[in-house]
Design a binder for this molecule. Structure first.
Ligand code: FES
Ligand code: FES
Length: 145
């Protein structure tokens, strides 16, 4: 597969994608919250679609393009979604933020001008226990304008 544009491989197709990303590749942006597909903290894009990396085995995403939060921006320039999260104080503890940012970036790549209902639907799998979501929605709306 490719991860953030780089070809990678592993001899263990039964390894969880989340463990492969975090432990083998050192991409620790995706977080393990629930480990059972409920919280979205582990969200990455697989061929442009948000996926809970805690539920997916490496062998299931062979030959795909995987993008983690590290691949959304770079060391020198934030992605517009990340800038908006900073400007609108859309992150508090930050544990959910990588997954939320990835989900939003995936949405905007397909639908640059989403309605609020689209944003809410896109984020229904991303739980945040800190922000109350309103700052997140304001941040996304500012990018979608
Ligand atoms: S850690 Fe994957 S959905 Fe919660
Ligand atoms: S900012 Fe803390 S869980 Fe979302």
């Amino acid at each position: 597969m490719r991860v953030n544009g780089t070809a990678v491989t592993t001899p263990d197709p039964a390894r969880r994608l989340l463990d492969f990303l975090r432990d083998d590749l050192g991409l620790i942006g995706a977080k393990e919250g629930c480990g059972m597909g409920e919280c979205g903290a582990c969200t990455v894009l697989v061929d442009g679609d948000p996926v809970c990396s805690c539920l997916v085995l490496v062998g299931q995403v062979a030959a795909t393009d995987v993008v983690t939060v590290e691949g959304i921006g770079d060391d020198h320039r934030l992605h517009p979604v990340q800038e908006a999260f900073v400007d609108h104080y859309a992150s508090q503890c930050g544990f959910c933020t990588p997954g939320v940012v990835v989900s939003v970036a995936g949405l905007l790549a397909k639908n640059p001008r989403p309605a609020e209902a689209d944003v809410r639907e896109a984020l229904e799998g991303n739980l945040c226990r800190c922000t109350g979501y309103q700052a997140i929605f304001r941040a996304v709306a500012s990018v979608a304008e």
